[in-house]
Design a protein around this ligand. Sequence first.
Ligand SMILES: O=C(O)CCC(=O)C(=O)O
Length: 466
Amino acid sequence: MFALALAAGSIDECKADESDAAAWNPQNVPRFDNPTRATFREKVLRTSTPAVISGHLSRWPALAWDDEKLLSECGERLLAPDCDEEALSVHDSDARGRWVSMIKLAQSDRVRTLSDLLALIRTSVPGEGEEFEMRELGSERHRSVHPSALYLHDKPIDVLCPRLLDALRVPAYFPVDMLRQPGAQWARSYRHGCNASHGLGSKFNNVGHPSLFLGREGTRSGLHADGHSASFWMAVLRGKKRFRLVSPSDAYSFKPLDCKARRKKHPGEYCSKFNASLFDDVAVPDAVTIWEANVSAGEFIFIPERWAHEVVNLEESLAVSYNFVDDNNLVGHLQWLLFHLFHRDPDWQAASKSKEWRKFYTLLCSYLLDHSSGRFPMLTLYDFANSEKSVAPITWSQFMARNTPEGDPKYDAKRYEKEFYEEMRRPPFASPKDVERIVKEGMLPEILLAAREDLKGYEGKRLRVA
Ligand SMILES: O=C(O)CCC(=O)C(=O)O
């Protein structure tokens, strides 16, 4: 055993680590300079390896946004608009049972808009000046918060700053997102409660992703793995962030709170919450590798499905993140859905009345329906998975057109919905026993492979590659 000698309670300690790397031995996350799509697929996606990519975001208009531009476009936008109670978050080591060890805060009169937040971030000095009271979400409690600790964390860009969304692009390595497959009517309940009024949001019902992060030096997110077995990429627009990561199997060494090493029996289960920090002085078994990357403005990091990660902002940082499911993590995602439906909650009959259960079940049916009928967007997935053409980064509107049924010129909402409901009522997916059998017998990969075979005849028919 050796110990992580770094306590990252403050940014100075993080910086100290740069000159004291011998104290422990992180593995550097591999870096690539604008790799081809083929290289990225082979070396990163196919092997579920984290990676930092430089040289690929140069055409993003958002990289040229300075404070003046950000404030003129979105300075007066409310951090907590009517549809979303959460305004800001603060990290708290005592909140490790919670998602990302963060406390979510409602709006305060002191910080209502993006411009209020930026002003506070710029003028507050940790340990100096007054704290103010903010209400914790989900409780009537108020907590005293130092302005320097406020973190705009994972907030929907389409709601908070739609113009910024227009100035972002989608990296060419991630043309597909199966999470968009069920379309607007299903996506609506999927994440944040906001229905964006912006063009992109209203047409495609973007609901929450990509999301925005803004925090001063020293703000941080606790150790966690993202849900749904989704992979994600995070692009840094300004500043510098330090990531520490562990693979899904190594994650068991860090006091996981929501998994019980039963993964073989239940393939969809993995650890997502932890009572430990990779920036603290914790014991690390020899066989465990901690990965580390500093990601600077103009770069993005890719984090594969189920990898646990923890983040500290080394400088004031503005960043954008997007979670997705493509052909590399689709089986894992389906297993995760099944795990949540049938294993985590054995009393599924009772659970089936809950909104959450319904949502997962609907998603699952949607995937299986589209697989079985060879319908959009399996086709898109198939084409991209098999094309090594280098495509330029695309806008979010183009991305949504590719990845949602609404983007299909022949999309007929009523028909889609009708077919969907018919399919949901049809066996075998109406019976949990059948679905359980699919998982137990490990049939998911075969189903997906068969679906791909079926799709060969459709190749190229309705794909619009930028
Ligand atoms: O940048 C951060 O603070 C956390 C990002 C992250 O971990 C995530 O989006 O899952």
